[in-house]
Design a protein around this ligand. Structure first.
Ligand SMILES: C[S@@+](CC[C@H](N)C(=O)[O-])C[C@H]1O[C@@H](n2cnc3c(N)ncnc32)[C@H](O)[C@@H]1O
Length: 430
């Protein structure tokens, strides 16, 4: 993909003001790196970039990922040319994602917008241009990057944009109507299975650096999300585009959002071609959440629920496209952990041996479809997946209930199965 051709006019304006030059290929970008900075700096950049990739992939160093990445940004931010080059390398990302972010924020009005981890300030200036009546603040912890962003802002003449050099988890500048985070949270540290403890999960098999605090990776995410909730005014919006791949991790991330008092109202996929990985389409959900008026929970409260989940989910059931199936206590815990708001229908039935069966069909948090079955002998089964699986999931579950009814194993359905099927179709438009 030729990143030099920016589709978005607002972005092109910001790029020109910031003195950025969109590279048209990986090679072109590398060539500029070669020419723009002295060899030791370019070499230091490459080493740190490779270290980040290794740390992210390696099965045994989850504990080091965040520190390695932080070192990378400190290094890149300290060299103005590197800082600009890094931002230029992300123009394909901005082109694909920023219009979607702005479209969600247009539901405003937002007098004050906060851009977390703003690095060279491209996204912050974009939002300043898109929302001339709003004040937009970018917060970034590396002083070099803040200086580069401030310089670009001065050149752009945007007077509704400012930058602060701070760790956003400790940042305090009053409440914002909207808080935006574009890959500024360590969400990639989350375990791949909701019920895993970090010291058990495969990527963290050797958490040397975290031995004293095995929950540290997840806690880092909890802290970042808690900061979003703290910095957003009650009823304000959070727009997050983070690297959370895989439904169980997304479910976990969403669970952390819910525990922090952020109710997801909208979710869409935002994908882009990565310049660093030649034509690889990367795609992660863009999550829009609303900060409700509830209390901001402590980190501990969020963690307690997270680790109330023992063992891992049963992934041997339906393939991921059809959701993940949990049984036993995990099923119950996952059901309990589903985010609000929940739209749900319940079927009750008596079983021939006297047990009572409850079946819940629902959509949680606006984006997860689930079916949860439990009976009075504590047998539980829970399948959960993206909202898109609702028709297939609900149909398969209803068909199974139909088979049980036909075999005389499900007497006394309340409501009668046909009626329940009708309600499910009507409520969830399946
Ligand atoms: C992957 S970059 C994304 C930069 C920018 N949001 C963008 O989309 O181009 C992550 C940035 O977040 C910053 N960051 C991460 N955690 C932070 C924190 N706790 N406080 C301030 N900045 C942070 C990093 O320094 C880095 O500049």
């Amino acid at each position: 993909m030729r990143q030099a051709e920016l589709a978005d006019e607002l972005l092109a304006t910001v790029v020109a003001a910031a003195g950025l030059d969109a590279p048209d290929s990986r090679e072109g970008w590398e060539w500029r790196l070669q020419c723009a900075v002295p060899w030791p700096v370019a070499d230091g950049y490459r080493q740190r970039r490779d270290a980040c990739k290794d740390a992210a992939k390696s099965p045994d160093n989850v504990a080091r990922v965040a520190a390695t990445e932080d070192e990378f940004f400190a290094f890149a931010g300290a060299h103005p040319d590197l800082c600009r080059l890094f931002a230029a390398g992300r123009l394909g990302y901005y082109d694909a994602v920023l219009p979607k972010v702005a479209a969600r924020l247009r539901r405003g009005p937002h007098a004050r917008i906060l851009d977390l981890g703003s690095f060279a300030g491209v996204s912050t200036m974009y939002l300043g241009l898109a929302f001339p009546d709003s004040r937009v603040v970018g917060v970034e912890r590396h002083p070099g990057a803040v200086a580069a962003a401030e310089e670009a802002r001065a050149r752009s003449g945007l007077d509704n944009v400012s930058f602060a050099c701070a760790d956003y988890t400790a940042f305090d500048d009053g409440a914002f109507d909207a808080v935006v985070s574009l890959q500024a949270m360590p969400a990639y540290l989350l375990p791949w299975l909701p019920a895993e403890r970090p010291e058990d999960y495969a990527r963290g098999a050797h958490l040397e650096a975290a031995l004293g605090a095995p929950a540290a990776p997840v806690q880092a995410v909890v802290r970042a999300v808690a900061a979003v909730r703290r910095l957003a005014s009650a009823g304000g919006h959070a727009v997050l585009h983070e690297r959370v791949s895989g439904l169980p991790r997304a479910l976990l991330f969403q669970h952390i959002l819910a525990r922090a008092g952020l109710a997801v109202t909208d979710r869409c996929w935002a994908g882009w071609h990565s310049l660093s990985q030649r034509d690889v389409l990367q795609s992660f959900p863009l999550v829009v959440a609303i900060a409700d008026a509830g209390p901001v929970p402590s980190d501990e409260a969020a963690m307690t629920t997270l680790y109330a989940l023992p063992g891992g989910p049963d992934l041997t059931g339906l393939p991921p496209a059809h959701g993940v199936t949990y049984s036993g206590f995990q099923a119950h815990a996952t059901f309990a952990a589903l985010p609000e708001p929940r739209d749900e229908l319940c079927l009750r039935a008596g079983l021939p041996d006297g047990r009572r069966l409850h079946g819940y069909f629902g959509i949680a948090g606006g984006c997860w479809a689930y079916v949860y079955r439990c009976d009075t002998h504590d047998e539980r089964m829970m399948t959960v997946g993206d909202r898109g699986i609702a028709p297939a999931l609900f149909r398969a579950s209803l068909d199974e209930l139909g088979r049980l009814t036909a075999a005389g194993q499900l007497p006394q359905c309340d409501p009668p199965l046909d009626k329940f099927r009708y309600h499910v179709g009507k409520r969830f438009k399946t």
